[in-house]
Ligand binder design. Structure first.
Ligand code: P6P
Length: 327
């Protein structure tokens, strides 16, 4: 059994310089507090709605706000973060007096929070960018494409609390040892198999999909009797962190496509703090991540909260769907 802790991994990994190590250790530490609050659930009086809305127009859960505040406070204290952006905040949050510090952090503090009240896995997603060094930190400081990410990861609060991380040299997974109060490496190198029999999509939107997605999913549903000549299985947890963790662990394709409900809306998921960090992880694990026919990490952002379509996971499946869109 591995005894490599997150701290030891960061100390050994040359991509993790001291400032980045400080940042990631802070995320790991605060995620333990978020995990404790999540796992306390109703006993902690933290379930239910906060009776407020975020910039997305979504009703905020109490835990959304608690997790957001914890991350803002923990990262501001590190002395290496110049500013933060969050799904829960309209604009970025510059750290006073720290505009020259090396890093920017974007996060979705508690993704999938609609699952909180029904005890289904949720998670924190984070993305680390270099401070562009152009003076005052504004929303524009964060508008860097996904290839510019220095590190990315998530913490999934499920049967185990696991932290999955990439520094651009592969993907490793750590499991929280609550008694010891530390993360221990449990997977040294996560790999997404190129092929899969498992797809994840919200089938209730089927009548709204564009033809390439209609064709692709129809072929999967036809199974052995159709052109794919094999049966497929479906999963949809409605918690991106949990669905992506399954894809990183055993393969699959996760899809949230653009659809006809609002042709001006490129998709539901957010580019900067959901699609980009997850795409970095998936590509580092040998998978692919497209919005339709374009690699997500090549999208040049124009807004902190812009949305995009997402199709990520097993390379051969994602490339097939991208071909259907291109064709
Ligand atoms: P739907 C959670 O609200 C989220 O942002 C992702 O975590 C998840 O994959 C998706 O939305 C679920 O969306 O439309 O199926 O509820």
């Amino acid at each position: 059994m591995s005894t490599t802790t997150l701290s030891a991994y960061l100390a050994q990994n040359q991509a993790a310089n001291p400032a980045l190590t400080t940042l990631l250790e802070a995320i790991a530490a605060v995620s333990q507090d978020i995990s404790a609050a999540v796992h306390k659930g109703a006993l902690g009086g933290v379930l239910g709605s906060a009776e407020t809305e975020n910039v997305q127009g979504e009703t905020q859960k109490k835990l959304d706000i608690i997790a957001n505040d914890m991350l803002l406070e923990a990262l501001a204290r590190t002395g290496v973060v110049a500013g933060m952006a969050s799904e829960e905040l309209d604009d970025c949050s510059p750290v006073p007096g720290q505009a020259d510090k090396p890093y920017l952090v974007l996060f979705d503090p508690l993704d999938g929070s609609s699952n909180i009240d029904v005890n289904v896995s949720i998670g924190t997603i984070f993305s680390v960018l270099n401070n562009p060094g152009t003076g005052e930190i504004t929303n524009a400081s964060f508008l860097q494409n996904g290839r510019k990410q220095v590190a990315a990861g998530y913490v999934v609060y499920g049967p185990q609390t696991s932290l999955v991380l990439t520094l651009g040299q592969g993907v490793c997974a750590f499991t929280l040892d609550r008694e010891a109060g530390q993360y221990v490496m449990t997977t040294e190198s996560m790999q997404v198999p190129a092929d899969t029999k498992e797809f994840a999509i919200n089938m209730s939107n089927q009548r709204h999909w564009y033809p390439p997605v209609q064709q692709y999913i129809a072929e999967l549903l036809a199974g052995k009797t159709g052109v794919r000549e094999k049966d497929f299985n479906m999963r949809w947890i409605a918690s991106m962190v949990a669905d992506v963790h399954r894809v990183l662990t055993r393969g699959g394709i996760f899809m949230y496509p653009k659809d006809l409900r609002d042709p001006n809306k490129p998709g539901k998921l957010r580019l900067m703090y959901e699609a980009n960090p997850m795409s970095f992880l998936i590509e580092q694990a040998g998978g692919q991540s497209y919005d339709a026919a374009t690699r997500i990490m090549d999208i040049e952002p124009t807004d902190l909260h812009q949305r995009c379509a997402v199709m990520l996971g097993s390379a051969n499946e994602v490339e097939r769907v991208a071909r259907y869109h291109a064709g």
